[in-house]
Design a protein around this ligand. Structure first.
Ligand SMILES: [Zn+2]
Length: 304
């Protein structure tokens, strides 16, 4: 090994490498770090450490470890959401510079930031919660971009279809199934593309949204919808947030309006009877997906 100058001996000496277990106090937390130290092989004095950055990195990383994190993990958590430093920062309400400093171990993250990281680790619902709280701090475009990149259970357009269809129009689960089946098959018939990203399956009482319970749970948990009871003590779904119509084309809005009006005040049995006459339902078995190709046989105004 290269000789190092020792002030005490006043000459270049052979350095002696030792490993020390040092304790530091960082933000009132005790942190243990294994550090490599160079001592003079002649007098034993500790020699000047060139690796101050590395040393500091280890101390900081040990501090992060108290929270079950590390500098490496901070980056991994961001990557798990498919987001750039810029978009990740916006989602969490941090500055981009902050994210860069954290990931490059240039600064010791604030305790609050570490708790945030910990909260969103493998927890998309928690991430979405924070994203929604910061929605007003970013432009709409970024918000939509983030939403698409992180692949939430439901895309924003579908979520907003729920908010719009239920606006001043609280519906039961059965009614929701029929309303959505109607807007998507009507849209597919018109422009070969459904409005939402939902699929429909054959249910006993007509077409139902495939995986409906997952989606409705998501909408409730994410505070898009809530339950209310009507006079007959039936459970209705009610939107809690405002819809955003900029996600839809004019034709799509027209279809949603048409379906809303047409199906309004129809009873569950009327809706069931109507949907049982749809060819896509007749031709499929229980649980089977109803292909959108059946849309050509869909008619909102027939079979009532
Ligand atoms: Zn010495």
């Amino acid at each position: 090994m290269q000789k190092v100058y020792c002030f005490k001996c006043d000459k270049d000496v052979e350095p002696l490498l030792t490993t020390q277990n040092n304790t530091y106090i960082i933000r009132n937390q005790k942190v243990n770090v294994l550090e490599q130290v160079y001592n003079c092989s002649v007098c034993g004095t500790e020699l000047i450490n060139d690796n101050l950055n590395e040393s500091l990195y280890k101390i900081y990383d040990a501090y992060l470890n108290i929270y079950g994190l590390s500098f490496k993990k901070l980056k991994e958590i961001r990557n798990s959401y498919n987001l750039s430093q810029d978009l990740f920062a916006k989602a969490l309400g941090f500055s981009k510079r902050t994210i860069i400093r954290y990931e490059q171990a240039e600064s010791l993250p604030q305790k609050q930031a570490l708790l945030t990281y910990k909260k969103i680790e493998n927890n998309k619902a928690a991430f979405l919660e924070i994203l929604k709280n910061n929605k007003d701090l970013m432009n709409k475009n970024d918000y939509h971009k983030i939403y698409n990149l992180i692949k939430a259970e439901l895309d924003l357009k579908t979520i907003n279809a729920f908010l719009y269809m239920l606006d001043n129009n609280y519906l039961t689960k059965t009614q929701i199934m029929k309303n959505f089946f109607a807007i998507d098959f009507e849209a597919f018939k018109k422009f070969s593309k459904p409005i939402t990203s939902l699929k429909y399956a054959h249910g006993t009482y007509g077409p139902i949204i495939d995986n409906q319970s997952i989606y409705l749970q998501f909408l409730i948990h994410q505070n898009y919808l809530e339950f209310v009871n009507n006079e007959e003590d039936k459970i209705l779904f009610k939107p809690v947030q405002d819809y955003d119509l900029s996600l839809f084309t004019e034709e799509e809005i027209n279809i949603m309006d048409k379906v809303k009006t047409k199906l309004k005040n129809k009873s569950a049995s009327e809706l069931t009877d109507w949907s049982h006459l749809f060819k896509g339902w007749i031709k499929t078995k229980n649980g089977e997906i109803i292909n959108y190709s059946y849309a050509q046989d869909f008619d909102l105004n027939k079979n009532w």
